[in-house]
Design a protein around this ligand. Sequence first.
Ligand code: ATP
Ligand code: MG
Length: 657
Amino acid sequence: MMAVRQEKLEALLNETRLFAPSEKFRHGANAGDPAIYQKADADLTGFWAEEALRLDWFKRWDEVLEWNSPWVKWFNGGQLNAAYNCVDRHAASLRRNKVAIIWEGEPGDARLLTYGMLQREVNRFANALKSLGVKKGDRVAIYLGMVPELAIAMLACAKIGALHSVVFGGFSAEALRDRINDAQAKVLVTADGAWRRGNVVPLKANADEALKETPSIEKVVVVNRVGRSGRAPVPMVAGRDVWWDGIIADAPVECAAEPMEAEDTLFILYTSGTTGKPKGVVHTTGGYLVGTSTTHRYIFDLKEDDVYWCTADIGWVTGHSYIVYGPLANGATTLMYEGTPDFPDRGRMWGIVEKYGVNVFYTAPTAIRSMMRWGTEWPAQHDLSSLRLLGTVGEPINPEAWMWYHENVGHTQCPIVDTWWQTETGMILISPLPGLTATKPGSATRPFPGVQVDILDEDGNSVGPGAGGNLVLTKPWPAMLRTIYGDPERFVRQYWSRYPGKYLTGDGAKVDNDGYLWLMGRVDDVMNVAGHRISTYEVESALVDHPSVAEAAVIGKTHDVKGQAISAFVTLKEGAQMSEALKEELKQHVAKKIGAIARPDDIFFTAELPKTRSAKIMRRLLRDIAEGRALGDTTTLADPTVIAQLRDQYESEGDAD
Ligand code: ATP
Ligand code: MG
């Protein structure tokens, strides 16, 4: 791993804009008393035990925390069921007829599921899974688009104690096959297809391809999603494939929740693969549900009548924790949208906010940068006055994008929570509390109560303000991963060996003079230019700050003299003209914002950047291109043609300046 002793780069430390929560927001906030931080620090297990009591337990735990680093047990001896907590207990309360899931289909169809309705659907599918031979501890792979059946299938697995492994519906047959085999799944739940920009993603055809080499799969359940609109029916394999509708038709609507140990596995989820081979992250039941529901309640300041919308796909951890488990455990109304933000037009997201009166909106910086590129006229066409809180996750948010979001979506009235976390952490760990924290554009601010972080140099010493280093977590938290499925050695090596007893996040970070945390992206992405450590994120933010730039990806390219030279791949806003003069202007702009040392050596204009399926920029592939190497693993790319085109263009235009 690369060293990240960060030179004092003035750019970020100079951020002086501070946005304090309004009095009104502070007064009504779920976390309105700053003592919450001291309380959690003084008594970590007491803090989490109190939060855990918001859940329904079949049996109370014996011990809140047992910590033999890196092995952890939270709420050991306790018994509960995640689906019972997310559905049954609400269906048995005044929330019975409250909307649990608002679902908006891409073609404009919609479905509302109350807690009572959701309970019936979950129970029927849980019984259907049983009838297919699924037992407690078995693995069920789920390969669907964003349809209600996805959440129902997850909860049905949880209800009977089966482990789900959701594979993002945008993945290829190959990626699906590898994940099924790694988890040794017994049943696959898929659909005849998924809508995407008016076209059909052939999920069943992909699944059939994958299933040629997945001996563990016994049965396949197929949701009829696109067939209803007159598409030719997909072929079904006799004895193996069954229709979802068929199998639930006769299934009983009663199903008892399986009592699960707090430390029983709830699910497996593979990481995005931005840095390499995806890891099958294992999350357990008690700590995960406590961690996700608590953070959801405080960070999104959930109110009983809120309409809450997280735009992530459930194929990623954000969807698991903050569309399904966290919100439903809290009895929230959670919105799921099937399609893309630009279909049928670029105002689709804002149309949905207006249609359902969304109050809390949680999205990714990459989506915000796309919307910036499309222009302010799109949000301006819709009534967004229902919004009261905004959030982001997935990547560092460039201050420019933060301000755009603040002004054009939040109309300067909504706090923004920039939430840092990972598939591995299960829950948000660094974020403002919207009623308490004054925010700075681009900073995730401070750790959640009870979460302890440190920033270490190569020797394991804490670095001071302004100096970057490796972000580590020094205390256990309830939703932390327990292992990597089938590979405990990799778990120990990857996260716990660099600094024994501390969890290595793999991200670089620094703290400013006010104690605010700034995430710098992956440690592997930090550049070394003539002995200076410069993060790709800082240079990218400086580029995005220029009025012509929509998005930028920066890499360090081997250089004889300097060690590394900075190469920037830049996507321009619509209407901006590519020219040599603009390249020069952009280089100057970066030099002015950060310093001459960060001036890019070359700038390359491109219509698209290579991104993972979770829409994160894959800098390692850009490094491969810039250095003329064979491309590394591309299986987790959203669109492999982007990288092929980019390479051809790069080779033909040359990288010379
Ligand atoms: P892999 O680990 O397989 O390479 P990945 O790290 O992209 O994939 P995720 O777990 O989905 O998979 O992403 C977590 C990472 O996303 C974090 O480690 C961090 O780099 C980035 N990230 C998430 N939220 C933020 C945020 N608010 N600010 C900065 N970075 C963030
Ligand atoms: Mg990661």
